[in-house]
Write a protein that binds this ligand. Sequence first.
Ligand code: WQD
Length: 342
Amino acid sequence: MKKTVLVSGGAGFIGSHVTVELIEAGYDVIVADNMSNCDRTCFEGVKKITGREDLPFHLVDFCDAAAAEKLFSENKIDAVIHFAAFKAVGESVDKPLMYYRNNLDSFMNVIEAAQKNGCTNILFSSSATVYGEPDVVPVTEQTPRKDATSPYGNTKKMCEDILQDCVKASGGSLKGILLRYFNPIGAHPSALIGELPRGIPNNLVPFITQTAIGKRECLSIFGNDYPTEDGTCKRDYIDIVDLARAHVCAVARMLDGKMEQGCEIYNIGTGRPVSVLELVNAFEKVNGLKLNYRFAPRRPGDVVAIWADPSLANEKLGWKATRSVEDTLKSAWEWEKHIAGR
Ligand code: WQD
């Protein structure tokens, strides 16, 4: 009997890639999204890649408890992966209530509706942002979480706590997995789905590809006086398809009854630190172009260096990041060209 996975926020960047991988691994998927931060591009792309023209889609705002309840009561859902959330760090500083309201309400409604309707497997999309500026790198899952530097980061921490508390209170019936993503980049090799930032991109790779295509004049590299080899910040950039596959492994672990704890936490990263300058150079080299960039002042709130120790995910999930940063940067460029040509 095929298992059904609900992907909340499934029309977005990460959700759409996860949907593809779940379908390709043999799961039935229900996509739900309120489309507040995306259009239908990625959902249509998912249907094309998978050949699933009948892929179920529900226009649902999970802040609406009744709508969440309706979705769970009318469908047999074995596991839910919760992505539906706002994600712009800067915006969250200006509009904290909007972030707390949306990101917390929607997740609590999902947990409540899931539990009420017998769906006992919940996977939450968390972030390495919960580690703040770590004292030691790479970070393991035991590395202490630090105070969040933005309401966005705080919602990730709070949602982690909410799920852990609910799992504890369930007396063993509810299972949770928290995946802490490092920096997801790139696009599906088909170039039919990818990141579609609205307005000026906050994140590095969309800014790079938009500069390369001429949509932005110049990339500002925020800070070249950090205490790193080349003075720019270091991150763990993880290919979006690799990241998506980690969800398939995590869902399988839950549904196959392999979990060793009620709530498990995994770092989803490569374990490979890359500086901003190294990433820019790799992008230029692999795509055979020159990028217009300049050094600019540090961006407030940036951490100097963070990368994952992914060995727990490697061991327990049987998952490993496989794509090179070069291949990923190629896919990001193919996607930018694809959307420019639409
Ligand atoms: C990476 C590096 C910048 C843009 C954020 C969130 C995190 C997660 C992913 C989001 C940094 C530098 C960037 C630019 C630059 N969640 N940079 N010029 O800050 O590591 O993580 O996004 O949904 O929670 O905090 O990612 O891509 O913004 O930045 O020099 O125009 O690139 O300073 O060193 P970050 P990023």
